[in-house]
Design a protein around this ligand. Structure first.
Ligand code: BDR
Ligand code: CA
Length: 338
């Protein structure tokens, strides 16, 4: 099995990523830790617990992490993800409670107990992981690998002209994380899914329609061109949840002139972690701006060796978006059928 430990700020695309991971039989979720980002950490935990229950995967430990970034105050983005973080989806409260352990304890204990076995996947700000690294600096060598959604390299930001959201929420944490990977062997370096690759993962009504149809139960979108139409006629709760969440996310993207679509950043990172997505990477030395008011939160990648520093990341430079949707639809349709 692929053993994954997640740190997320669920979040619509985090939610789709989590449902996808629940739908892959080869994936063993070792735990989910919650970081403040799209919404507060407690809301993130409530969302994760509800999604696990929806997917029939209750029992996976969900632990709360830091409620605030390392240095700067927390900024959340209900505008992008809805008040609860899952758009128009309404998730019933889960029966399972959050863990007594902290996010840091979960990461450190899991990695120490299973050296070289567990791959980390982080789809929110890097606050929890930076704190875990302070507690256990050998984490990069204890983990099998690490996949991060964050940053933008030679590509516009989505939060400021140069900064991507996850990094912008806690740039100090991101800076610490990349610093911790300096000088490590190439196969240990985090695989970074930044905006130039994740914004290619454009989910459109057509994909939801395909999902709804392949999940059976007579499902099709009522009217794919009409925003209200994204309410799937499919009675299945997984399909309804995904449609209602993504309808909100698509409306958000349309408001910012990006078209009636949704970028599924975190889903792509999840598929890189499972090995189901194609991802070509390039080694880079990555650093994060934390001082300049103008470029605060910008990730800078040296791909050409200007700084004469060893690479500390592998940045995704090419991917195959349609393959991602083919896999997503296939996996979620089966989850919905279970
Ligand atoms: C990232 O920001 C969040 O809003 C999304 O969930 C994703 O992790 C994209 O910049
Ligand atoms: Ca996220």
């Amino acid at each position: 099995p692929t053993r994954l430990l997640l740190d997320v700020d669920t979040g619509i695309d985090d939610a789709v990523a989590l449902l996808y991971l629940c739908a892959v039989p080869e994936v063993r979720l070792e735990g989910i830790t919650c970081t403040a980002g799209n919404v507060g950490a407690a809301q993130v935990a409530a969302n994760n617990l509800a999604l696990l229950e929806l997917a029939g995967r209750s029992g996976v430990e969900v632990a709360i992490g830091s409620e605030v970034p390392l240095v700067v105050p927390l900024v959340t983005t209900e505008e992008t993800h809805g008040d609860q973080g899952v758009g128009y989806a309404v998730l019933p409260a889960a029966r399972q409670q959050v863990s007594d352990r902290s996010a840091v304890e979960v990461w450190v204990e899991a990695a120490r107990a299973n050296p070289g076995e567990i791959t980390g996947l982080i789809t929110g700000p890097l606050t929890n992981f930076a704190l875990a690294l302070r507690a256990e600096p050998r984490l990069p060598m204890l983990l099998k690998g690490l996949v991060i959604m964050g940053g933008a390299f030679n590509y516009p930001g989505n939060t400021t002209p140069v900064a991507e959201w996850n990094i912008h929420v806690d740039p100090h944490a991101a800076k610490e994380v990349f610093a911790a990977y300096r000088g490590l062997p190439a196969d240990r370096l985090p695989v970074v899914c930044a905006l130039e690759s994740t914004e290619r993962i454009e989910c459109r009504p057509e994909h939801l329609d395909r999902l709804s149809r392949s999940a059976g139960a007579g499902g099709e979108l009522l009217s794919p061109d009409d925003p209200e139409g994204l309410r799937s006629s499919n009675p299945n709760r997984v399909i309804a949840c995904v449609s209602d969440a993504l309808r909100f996310y698509m409306e958000f993207h349309r408001r910012y002139d990006q078209g009636y679509l949704a970028h599924l950043h975190d889903l792509f990172a999840a598929m890189v972690a499972t090995g189901e997505a194609t991802a070509t990477t390039r080694p880079a030395t990555v650093d994060v701006e934390t001082d300049s008011p103008l470029t605060f939160g910008q990730t800078v990648g040296d791909f050409a060796g200007f700084w004469k520093q060893p690479p500390n990341a592998r940045v995704v430079t090419a991917n195959e978006p349609e393959k991602v949707f083919g896999t997503l639809i296939d996996r979620l349709a089966r989850l919905a059928a279970d």
